[in-house]
Ligand binder design. Sequence first.
Ligand SMILES: Nc1nc2c(ncn2[C@@H]2O[C@H](COP(=O)(O)OP(=O)(O)OP(=O)(O)O)[C@@H](O)[C@H]2O)c(=O)[nH]1
Ligand SMILES: [Mg+2]
Length: 322
Amino acid sequence: MFGWFGKKQQKSVPKEEDRKGFFERLKQGLSRTREAISQNLDRIVMGKKEITPELLDELEEVLFTADLGVSTTMELIQDVKERVKRKELNDSSKLKEALKDLMKNILTIERQPLELDSKRPFVIIIIGVNGVGKTTTIGKLGHHLKSEGLNPLFVAADTFRAAAIEQLEIWGERVGIPVIKQKPGADPSAVVYDGLEAAVNRGFDVVLIDTAGRLHTKHNLMDELMKIQRVASKRLEGAPHEVWLVLDATTGQNAISQAKSFKEAMGVTGIILTKLDGTAKGGVVLAIAKELQIPILWIGVGEKLEDLRPFDPEEFVEAIFD
Ligand SMILES: Nc1nc2c(ncn2[C@@H]2O[C@H](COP(=O)(O)OP(=O)(O)OP(=O)(O)O)[C@@H](O)[C@H]2O)c(=O)[nH]1
Ligand SMILES: [Mg+2]
């Protein structure tokens, strides 16, 4: 369950059968990552009882190939070695459980509940490079928010790419959420100002701001995002309350360098990792958590409305090893 509110006000709790259905979909979405990690692990331990240095070398390769990145792979291997040395881990059949345990630790990053109740309208700006899935994710988030009984508003601050505004409007119609927009080419921060004005005056709970895909290496574009941030806080103190960075899992380690640049410029508060369904590089989730120490909030495992899921470390690790 995603923590939109403080603990006491948490609204819906999913039914057991919904939870099971979600888990099956997550597993299906992550099937290529599961093949890359879990099935390869089974293959290398088959017929070997002892955890030998050779086996650990093979394990290192499996993890590295699944895009865990050098430092995360090294940390995991080091932890496994220490457990072997302390004789806590001596049988290769227990390797999987040990890895699951270590991975859950890496993925668990503490974060504060969002407390939507006390900050209204709650403003979230969605950023990321071209084509990672920002607009699609906003559509799905809007759908999720409505199903939680909230009243969201979309703001079309991507005035740069042709047809970007229409794309958000189509999502708005589909999920029944109004869109604040101006003409293509308008100043994005002016659109955001209008959006916040409308949200305050018309009593919306949550504002989701769509921004242009931009190359993180282009400083003028990064400047534009920072200007949006400044203008938002002028209209509404404390806004934006959250800055969520969308990363495309299929880009593997590239996602990490993108995240580092955005983190420096914008102070990213959460990560949304999309397209985990199409890739064997799902291990990048671990690299992101370890190297950036920014919580992963949502994962996209398909193109349907329900395919954006709150990220749960326990569930994620079980899904790639199940
Ligand atoms: N398979 C899959 N496709 C996704 C997912 N999320 C987004 N997509 C697809 O990715 C493509 C790009 O999505 P957009 O939402 O337009 O990306 P964007 O970041 O807004 O792109 P720009 O506005 O051009 O920067 C679309 O075809 C989406 O359907 C996901 O979780 N899984
Ligand atoms: Mg877009």
